[in-house]
Design a protein around this ligand. Structure first.
Ligand code: NZQ
Ligand code: ZN
Length: 391
């Protein structure tokens, strides 16, 4: 196990009706003038936005609204938000939605205090040191941005999707998590969220670092809980306990706890981010195609670890043939995604003729010539083969 620092400073306020506490929470974290950021309409339609505004008004907190954040959020919305926040002297960002809304709010929080182009942080030419405080009301169990210090934004020009990773600066002050707010999700978005949270665990589980038994078992336990709850929410979207367990699993999957003491990998995410940048597909659905292909590709390089995953998570029968066990684990993963209604190929994802040359070029231009680490550093040749396996 490696040395580590683990700090997850967000206050999680979990359960029924918790959004009613938003007025108290923003005041506690020093807000006087809040920017309420939301998406394309689900929070308006469900009445959540109106309840949030009511809670702010009840505490005499001023606010300004910024709606219309789209999935795979764009830099253009961030520029609009930074300009509005400066003009209206906003001192707190409240994200009401999922990863796209939260990541946009985080980017605005950074941009407002920076005397330059916020994209500098994503391009890596500036290090993020300070941001306005961000609070969250989560409406989808998926990206884990409610617990992470990350923000993923796409530059519209050139379709460059970058994940900015900060240790603390962008961690939300609080995240309100009412599982009932996720009842209105489509089964597609629910399933995509499930795949995303599972992949956040894989990116940390498939590591070169050995002897991390506690972290391993936490990852396996979380995955098993997700595998148990997922079919229930697909069949019964209003099952409170299943929604609640998944919501908390999504948060734990990306809070950092699954990575302590070891090297992380993130190759599946790097590859998928290029796919969702170019074709604007749902991130979790893209991962359902990419992550199993990538794991399959790695079997010859680390069959033992993938076989352990197959045995402990997917209950694959133990045999001397670890490659076969690993293959059965990948097959079980694919079957599970298929049952959830997720795509397994580019075609099922809605991409008839993927431009693999361009995906490979963009990937290695944006993420470096070598990506990943788990027993095999991936070069252009490897990522091309992985992408070809997805056809
Ligand atoms: O825009 P609205 O109308 O709100 O609809 C959204 C959107 O269409 C809808 N939705 C959300 N909550 C709903 C709902 N519909 C009905 N009822 C509800 N309660 O769901 C759709 C997807 O929303 P989005 O915010 O895009 O989903 P998600 O949370 O999966 O976020 C995906 C984004 O997060 C990034 C992804 O790359 C992608 O851009 N990620 C962010 C990470 C982070 N910051 O730590 C890590 C992840 O790996 C990921 O890359
Ligand atoms: Zn993800």
């Amino acid at each position: 196990m490696n040395n580590f620092v683990f700090c997850s400073p967000t206050e999680f306020v979990f359960g029924r009706d918790t959004e009613k506490q938003v007025g108290d929470l923003v005041v506690r974290y020093g807000a006087t003038n809040v920017m309420v950021v939301y998406g394309g309409g689900s929070a308006v339609k469900s009445g959540l936005l109106a309840r949030v505004i009511e809670a702010l008004e009840a505490k005499s907190v001023s606010y300004v609204e910024l709606g219309g954040v789209q999935p795979n959020p764009l830099d253009t919305k961030v520029y609009e938000g930074v300009e509005l926040a400066r003009r209206r002297h906003v001192d707190f960002l409240l994200a009401v939605g999922g990863g796209s809304v939260i990541d946009t709010a985080k980017a605005i929080a950074l941009g407002v205090l920076y005397n330059g182009d916020f994209w500098d942080f994503y391009a890596g030419t500036q290090k993020a040191k300070r941001a306005l405080p961000v609070g969250v009301i989560l409406t989808i169990a998926a990206a884990g941005s409610e617990a992470s210090g990350n923000s993923v934004i796409t530059k519209a020009e050139g379709k460059i999707k970058i994940s900015l990773r900060t240790d603390y600066v962008l961690r939300p002050k609080f995240s309100i998590m009412n599982p009932e707010l996720t009842y209105t999700l489509s089964s597609f978005q629910t399933a995509a969220g499930i795949v995303d949270m599972m992949t956040h665990i894989y990116e940390r589980y498939f590591t070169n670092t050995t002897e991390c038994e506690v972290t391993d078992r936490m990852c396996e336990g979380l995955l098993k809980a997700i595998i148990n709850e997922a079919p229930i929410v697909i069949k019964y979207p209003r099952n409170y306990d299943a929604r609640a367990n998944l919501m908390w699993a999504g948060t734990m999957a990306h809070s950092g706890i699954c990575g302590v003491g070891r090297e992380e990998d993130w190759a599946s995410h790097h590859i998928e981010h290029e796919v969702s940048a170019m074709y604007d597909v749902t991130h979790g659905a893209g991962l359902a195609v990419i992550a199993p292909a990538r794991l399959q590709y790695l079997i010859p390089y680390n069959a033992d670890r993938i076989a352990q995953f197959a045995r402990r998570v997917w209950r694959v029968h133990v045999s001397d043939d670890t490659r076969q066990m690993a293959q059965e684990g990948v097959d079980a993963m694919r079957r599970f995604y298929h049952k959830l209604g997720m795509p397994l190929t580019f075609k099922e994802l809605g991409i008839e003729h993927p431009d693999i040359d361009k995906l490979v070029d963009n990937l290695h231009r944006n993420k470096g010539e070598e990506i990943g680490s788990f027993n095999k550093i991936l070069t252009r040749e490897d990522t091309r083969k992985i992408l070809e396996m997805c056809q």
